[in-house]
Ligand binder design. Structure first.
Ligand code: NAD
Length: 492
């Protein structure tokens, strides 16, 4: 039986807001099937949402933290209650396997709970009594936050912003990506319903909406997750009105396999494979380049292919046996294929991995058979660019110093991982330029919502998660009551 098409509206001032135009969202597993429709909001709609959020901020910033936490906890419970339905919708519009959608919602809830548990402590005024009187250091809300999010983890990358922003007393206008707009909208509806009208607003649309959200003078902070190229436009758009900014951008994360890595450790090898191919490789923090000590390179490649063939089962996201679904959209699939073809054209060996469970379905949807690329050069696009899909190059290195140089030879610096004996791996990790370096695990397997996450170099500015991820939605406000109010060196 055909599934019901989902119709999503914008949310402005607590009300569903009908846009004049709707955009269909296809199912990447069955591209002829429409999963639902999201609005295509205009710049005028966006200005309305910003105006409402700006007006609401005046009262919302004065609300008590207890009240905010209570509201957020009610939303958390409702998202929990609706997880099966939301996860199913996410898998249909996104293509990620059902376990993966459930995992994304699980991590989102974990973070929202962490933010509720910690916001009071993080925002507590620091009061110092000192030899020159008293100083209060307060953490004030910033104002209207515009949140702009990508398609790959639409729910977690939206809630990562919504929870701390609202709990800290800000209001928000959020814009999801048109490539996965439906399931996240369900989550936003649930949260918005628990808060006063105008606190959390949502508009949908393309770059014109994004430009308004990043240039409107009433926006005080931009919280953006997406590509590095888009972020360059955003920084320019925001320059005229000097906005706060958290930018979570692309990555080209290196995994370094040291000489003392045990190639026969099947659990570790499985973790590495997962850190290359989870969500069909469409994760900012997936291990996108694997560097292996040349002394173990041949054995490593043999065992890696064995592990990959075992774990990778490509097919319908709703088949419990499937680990890798289709790529989210045709353009992305073509881009990834172009990188693989380029490497093959230059003489690299392309090894297909895993099993295709249903050949007919494979040809119908935006599926790609995962591949490993052997013999590519450090300067080839497959190594230099963020592929964001189910393929990974494996390259040898001569010694630890060489591995560090190769890993750092990138404009990106999001996460990275080092695999081998723990102390040795930590020693190497210290020299890598990245926001996070994981030891003997990688990608979301090594993620912990209690600790700050973000990138260095062109992978971003600022941090999400952890206490820093809450503080990112505040500004420091010092209330100073000095005893000596006149400066002695200023003449009478
Ligand atoms: P994207 O940059 O194309 O789009 C992200 C969002 O920006 C979308 O909502 C899009 O509509 C909007 N947008 C487009 N043009 C805009 C403009 N001029 N002004 C304002 N907004 C605009 O990214 P994507 O393809 O959706 O996502 C993939 C990218 O996101 C990858 O590079 C990936 O690494 C990155 N990403 C980073 C993280 C992280 O935490 N660092 C997490 C997930 C994804």
């Amino acid at each position: 039986m055909a599934e019901k098409e989902i119709i999503i509206d914008a949310i402005i001032n607590g009300e569903k807001y009908k846009a004049e135009k709707q955009e269909p969202r296809e199912n990447p597993t069955h591209p002829n099937e429409i999963v639902g429709y999201a609005p295509v909001n205009t710049v005028e709609d966006t200005i309305k949402a910003i105006d409402v959020a700006h007006e609401t901020f005046i009262t919302w910033r004065e609300s008590s933290i207890d009240d905010r936490v209570e509201r957020m906890r009610r939303a958390i419970q409702k998202i929990k209650d609706n997880t099966p339905e939301i996860a199913k919708l996410l898998s249909r519009e996104h293509g990620k396997a059902l376990y993966d959608s459930e995992g994304e919602i699980g991590v989102s809830l974990m973070w929202m709970e962490y933010a509720c548990d910690n916001v009071k402590e993080v925002l507590k005024n620091e009061v110092q009594e000192h030899d020159n009187g008293k100083t209060i250091i307060a953490k004030d809300a910033i104002g209207v936050v515009s949140a702009i999010t990508p398609w790959n983890y639409p729910i977690s990358l939206s809630t990562i912003k919504i929870a701390p922003a609202l709990l800290a007393g800000n209001t928000m206008v959020l814009k999801p990506s048109p490539l996965a707009p439906l399931a996240v909208s369900r989550v936003v509806e649930i949260i918005a319903d628990e808060f006063p009208p105008g606190v959390l607003n949502m508009v949908h649309g393309e770059a014109d909406v994004g430009v308004e959200l990043t240039s409107n003078p009433k926006i005080a902070k931009i919280a953006f997750t997406g590509g590095t190229e888009t972020a360059k436009h955003i920084m320019k758009a925001a320059a005229d009105t000097i906005k706060h900014m958290t930018l979570e951008l692309g990555g080209n994360d290196a995994a370094i396999i040291l000489s003392d890595f045990d190639v026969n450790d099947v659990r570790a090898m499985r973790r590495l494979v997962i850190s290359n191919f989870l969500t069909a490789g469409q994760i900012c923090m997936i291990a996108k380049r694997v560097y292996v000590d040349q002394s173990i390179y041949d054995q490593f490649v043999e065992k890696y292919i064995e592990a990959a063939n075992k774990w990778i089962r490509v097919g319908d996201p709703f088949d419990n046996n499937v680990t890798v679904g289709p790529v989210n959209n045709q353009k992305q699939a073509e881009y990834v294929q172009s990188l693989v073809d380029d490497a093959a054209g230059k003489g690299a060996k392309i090894v297909k991995l895993g099993t295709i469970l249903d050949q007919e379905l494979f040809e119908e949807g935006y599926f790609m058979q995962p591949t490993v690329v052997l013999g590519a050069d450090q300067n080839d696009p497959i190594v230099v660019e963020e592929q964001f899909g189910p393929t990974v190059p494996i390259l040898p290195f001569e010694n630890d110093q060489h591995a560090i140089e190769l890993a750092n030879d990138s404009i990106f610096g999001l996460t990275s991982s080092v695999w081998g004996k723990e102390e040795h791996a930590i020693d190497v990790a210290k020299h890598i330029q990245a926001g996070t370096t994981m030891i003997n695990t990688a990608a979301v397997q090594g993620l912990d919502v209690r600790f700050p996450f973000g990138g260095v170099k062109q992978s971003g500015i600022g941090r999400e998660y952890g206490k820093e991820g809450i503080l990112a939605y505040t500004d420091t406000h010092v209330i100073n009551v000095p005893k000596n109010r006149d400066l002695p060196y200023i003449p009478e």
